[in-house]
Write a protein that binds this ligand. Structure first.
Ligand code: DGP
Length: 112
């Protein structure tokens, strides 16, 4: 997807520092952090949403969770939240599958 901003980050056409780059997954800091640690974990392959990734290749979703666990350890997080916003009504604004990894503060439940 030539116009997808996250594809451009994944292939380093836009040189954002990568916190993780393994098994077809990259991670980088969110531009608009909602917690002391707010990392976006994305597949290099372009799917529009987590639902589309799950339908196309469920292993993609597993790889994102594995990356998040590794990043949480690296950041010394004893607890963390992982979120996929799927669809505009759930707050998805970038239509390339991405997991939010949030940590470093307490989180309320239910989420807003
Ligand atoms: P969502 O609303 O779930 O689609 O999350 C999209 C997130 O992506 C949002 O928290 C802001 C972040 N974001 C959007 N554009 C960029 C960008 O160019 N660079 C980085 N690092 N983050 C971005």
């Amino acid at each position: 997807m030539s116009e997808c901003i996250f594809c451009k980050i994944a292939n380093q056409e836009i040189p954002v520092p990568l916190l993780y780059d393994r098994d077809g997954v990259v991670a980088f800091s969110d531009l608009n952090p909602q917690a002391p640690v707010h990392v976006l974990v994305i597949p290099k392959v372009h799917h529009e949403s987590a639902a589309q990734s799950a339908a196309a290749n469920p292993a993609v979703i597993g790889a994102l969770f594995a990356a998040a666990a590794s990043l949480a350890l690296e950041h010394g997080l004893d607890g963390y939240r992982t979120t996929f916003n799927t669809g505009e009504s759930a707050g998805q604004s970038v239509f390339h599958t991405h997991m939010h990894l949030l940590g470093g503060r307490p989180f309320a439940w239910p989420p807003g």
